[in-house]
Write a protein that binds this ligand. Structure first.
Ligand SMILES: Cc1ncc(COP(=O)(O)O)c(C=O)c1O
Length: 388
């Protein structure tokens, strides 16, 4: 197989300059570029409308990234310094670094072997062996959590839960329950703003507190304990700029069509992979209606040796792959290695053969065929020679 150019792992799908222009014109006319300007407010309003369906208590605030959204939401919980926060062993490092930077200690837990998620049931079981004060379940690779389960967990244990839904915009909703969700608007996500995040919550005061702390800790709310404009807490600068909100609004306007394209490509590629490998690949269990806007294509190869073969082959063919979220949090040298962990047999097993394949809406047929042929060849070693 011969490809003229390398196949990238991800290609961002952002609005064109033409689609952006009306928003940029508005920003230029208002001469407001940051500090919760009209575009940020409009983006927040549009998002709140979506999240209030089924739950009128939901409020939302934009931030400069999901990482800072997680950190500030955790600080807003006002847990005692050194409080322990349960996170899954299989996640992006930012889930755990946000916990540590908020002054707390990550505690690592296992995941469900089918959904690859840290579930309320696992958290409940872990409580019998390990103490923790809050939980950050991750909507891993965009697969949403059952919010009813987490609401029930919060109610019965009294422990707060913040869902790291960085990759799950469009799939993870409050589902009519109470809860807190943090999304990423990074360029590679389905609602891209370049960089950015959203914190959605029904928890009393949480969104206001995150907003305040994203603005250095200066009080913005009339009638609060301290006058407006006065420093009320030790915050940082995590505000979303009007430039980023412009991109976010333009992305939201085209989101439905983009999500449809992502779903369609994912379905085609996955069906082709399953057919070509006689169902040898193992996939993460998703809800029956799938993921609303997939941003990654992750699968488990039949054996660790198949993954190694695929990686070597793809390297030769200049097809990019990635072992997403590896090493597992507990295997990262330095600080992370000292974080307490429950046994994580399911995360360990998945980490042995998990592979991220190229996936992006502008993927050509030739690129899809090249990925397909490489996976088949890696599983059927005698075919490797014919592909290279
Ligand atoms: C699970 C998870 N959490 C947090 C983040 C960080 O998001 P951001 O880049 O917006 O800070 C990511 C990024 O992909 C992620 O996958």
């Amino acid at each position: 197989m011969h490809l003229d150019t390398p196949v990238p792992l991800l290609v961002p799908d952002l609005p064109s300059p033409q689609e952006l222009m009306p928003y940029l014109e508005r920003m230029h006319a208002s001469k407001v570029y940051s500090n919760f300007g009209p575009l940020v407010r409009e983006l927040e309003q549009q998002l709140v409308q979506r999240f209030q369906v089924g739950n009128p208590q939901a409020t939302a605030v934009t931030v400069s990234s999901a990482t800072l959204g997680l950190e500030l939401a955790l600080v807003a919980l006002a847990l005692p310094p050194g409080a322990r926060v349960l996170v899954p062993a299989l996640t992006f490092v930012a889930t755990a670094t946000a916990v540590a930077r908020a002054g707390y200690v990550p505690v690592l837990g296992d995941i469900d072997p089918e959904s690859w998620l840290l579930t309320p049931r696992i958290a409940m079981q872990m409580r019998q062996h390990l103490a923790f004060d809050a939980v950050i379940p991750v909507a891993t690779f965009g697969v949403p959590h059952d919010m009813q389960g987490w609401e029930e967990f919060e109610r019965s244990t009294g422990l707060p839960v913040i869902v790291d839904a960085a990759s799950a915009f469009g799939s993870q909703w409050l589902q009519g329950c109470n809860g807190t969700l943090v999304f990423s608007l990074h360029a590679t996500k389905s609602l891209p703003a370049g960089e950015g995040g959203i914190v959605v919550s029904t928890r009393e005061g949480l969104v206001d507190k995150v907003r305040q702390m994203s603005n250095f800790g200066i009080n913005l709310k009339p009638g609060a304990r301290v006058p407006t404009g006065v420093l009320a807490s030790l915050g940082t600068n995590a505000k979303m700029s009007e430039y980023h909100a412009a991109v976010g609004l333009a992305s939201l306007a085209r989101w439905d069509a983009c999500a449809r394209r992502r779903r369609e490509l994912y379905r085609c590629l996955r069906t082709a992979l399953d057919d070509a490998t006689d169902g040898a690949l193992r996939w993460q269990a998703t809800p029956s209606d799938g993921i609303a806007a997939p941003v990654l294509m992750c699968t488990r190869m039949p054996h660790a040796a198949d993954r190694q073969r695929l990686e070597r082959l793809c390297q030769k063919l200049k097809i990019m792959t990635r072992r997403w979220y590896q090493p597992l949090l507990g295997e990262i040298r330095g600080t992370a290695a000292r974080w307490e962990s429950a046994p994580t047999p399911h995360a360990n097993a998945i980490a042995r053969d998990l592979i991220g394949l190229p996936f992006f809406p502008s993927m050509s047929l030739l690129q899809q065929e090249a990925v397909l042929a490489s996976v088949v060849a890696a599983i059927t070693p005698e075919r490797v020679r014919s592909v290279v």
